[in-house]
Design a protein around this ligand. Structure first.
Ligand SMILES: Cc1cc2nc3c(=O)[nH]c(=O)nc-3n(C[C@H](O)[C@H](O)[C@H](O)COP(=O)(O)OP(=O)(O)OC[C@H]3O[C@@H](n4cnc5c(N)ncnc54)[C@H](O)[C@@H]3O)c2cc1C
Length: 426
């Protein structure tokens, strides 16, 4: 793949698409990101991200903005129903916010001005980096020398753009993957993640003690909740101004009235997979507050009850059989390749890793075989791990030590993972 300057079209302008764009333009290639979102930036849609090794490595290599990117948790701990710490391990782990990661990438990629960081200078050797919003990609056609990518805008405008290589970074419901492998479906796992944030300055001393610079968990029948600190407004990591981020997994059987209720927004629209922040029906959320008080330790119940903009993500499974199509003219990365359950805390690391190792392949530093083995091995192995972890956590009654074991296994650095043969078969 090494050689001439190429034009890469990247479908999806979230973290995976931006990571690929940054890694490739650093090699001098031209990139165009097509993002379907109707507004120029994606904002206030997410919350916390555990910044794993590959996410940090990515920022170290490609981020030219000089500012802290994460809050460090120094301890992992588990509470009982009364809120007492029953197990703790000293361990540093870095947490960031989706908004901060996104704005850093946009500032670096296409110079998007924002309140989180200063836009860094471009290098003369950088390839062109273009981000176009309101471009919903609907189809692709293989050409002799590349791929034609067809899009539609919200106003009904249609057009196409030619790519030497097309990168599908369009998330777990990927259009590109669906066009190429229509038989692969994204499947609901039987539970949802209820999510939200609360300013650390607005909680009780007990809650601050439980969550500040701690990665804290609670498990009970059909429930797992965890919380950690993330950067606050404008990405600040200043103590007192950060946010406590929680992820509260709870079972809602497929087809149940409870699932319909939690996924129906304040305007009565049934959402399939995501209830974005700000659209949750707060009358319905009152019921979740009551349930939280009944079953969670007081510190967790407090933050669930205090969050002003809760949001909901149905947990799903999906994985593509491969990451390369049309003789390498189309490549899938990140969630489009494999949508992990959030327990793996690896989705952003996968996107970062896929972008970095693909750039190495394009540069000629790794072979095609090595690129495929590494990215598919990661995708298949961690996707399966997420299914196993999630099912054990939500649908089995395990002693705490089993949950601790699962969590510790998920913290093994990627370089130390040994993938089984089924994961790396190409
Ligand atoms: C707005 C938003 C907020 C998020 N917040 C969090 C969070 O708080 N914590 C967390 O752990 N993870 C969050 N995620 C998920 C996280 O970004 C991913 O799990 C991970 O980083 C891998 O990213 P990805 O780019 O592969 O996929 P995604 O982040 O899912 O991005 C896919 C992108 O492709 C775009 N797209 C989809 N179809 C098309 C199409 N046909 N044409 C053009 N564009 C298309 C989507 O609009 C989206 O921007 C969020 C994702 C989004 C989009």
């Amino acid at each position: 793949m090494a050689g001439d300057k190429k034009h890469f079209v990247i479908v999806g302008g979230s973290l995976g698409g931006l990571a690929a764009g940054l890694a490739l333009r650093e090699l001098g290639h031209d990139t165009t990101i097509l993002e379907r979102n109707p507004t120029p930036v994606l904002e206030h849609q997410g919350a916390g991200i555990v910044a794993g090794g590959d996410t940090l490595a990515f920022f170290k290599k490609y981020n030219r903005c000089d500012r802290p990117i994460a809050v460090t948790s120094h301890r992992r701990q588990y509470l009982d129903r009364d809120g007492n710490v029953t197990h703790k391990e000293d361990m540093d782990q870095n947490m960031t916010s989706w908004d901060l990661a996104y704005y850093l990438m946009r500032a670096n990629y296409d110079g998007t001005e924002n309140s989180h960081c200063k836009v860094p200078d471009r290098k003369p050797t950088d390839g062109k980096s273009v981000h176009i919003h309101d471009r919903n990609v609907t189809d692709i056609k293989e050409r002799d020398d590349g791929v034609e990518v067809f899009w539609e805008s919200g106003g009904g405008k249609k057009g196409s753009i030619r790519a030497d290589v097309l990168i599908g970074a369009d998330g777990p419901s990927s259009t590109i993957r669906t066009l190429l492998t229509p038989e692969i479906q994204r499947v609901y796992a039987g539970y949802c993640a209820l999510r939200g944030t609360v300013p650390e300055g607005e909680v009780s001393d007990a809650a601050r003690e439980a969550f500040c610079e701690r990665f804290t968990f609670f498990h009970c029948h059909g429930v797992q909740i965890l919380a950690y600190l993330i950067p606050g407004e404008k990405g600040t990591v200043e103590p007192g101004r950060r946010l406590i981020n929680f992820v509260y997994y709870t079972n809602f059987p497929e087809g149940s009235a409870e699932l319909d209720e939690i996924m129906t927004d304040r305007d009565g629209k049934r959402r399939r997979i995501t209830m974005p922040p700000g659209l949750t029906d707060m009358d319905m959320w009152e019921k979740q507050r009551r349930i939280a008080r009944e079953r969670l330790p007081p510190q967790f119940a407090e933050i669930v009850c205090a969050t002003k903009k809760p949001f909901v993500q149905a947990v799903t499974d999906v994985i593509s059989p491969t990451n390369e199509f049309m003789d390498g003219k189309v490549v899938l990365i990140g969630d489009a390749l494999a949508g992990f359950r959030p327990h793996t805390v690896a989705s952003t690391s996968q996107a970062a890793f896929d972008a970095m190792v693909f750039a190495d392949y394009i540069e000629g530093k790794v072979s095609r075989e090595e690129w495929k083995k590494q990215t598919l091995g990661f995708a298949r192995y961690i996707q399966k791990r997420g299914v196993d972890m999630g099912n054990r956590s939500q649908f089995e009654d395990l002693p705490l030590k089993e949950h601790i074991h699962d969590r510790n296994v998920a913290s093994v650095p990627r370089e130390k993972e040994v993938y089984p043969d089924w994961a790396t078969a190409i």
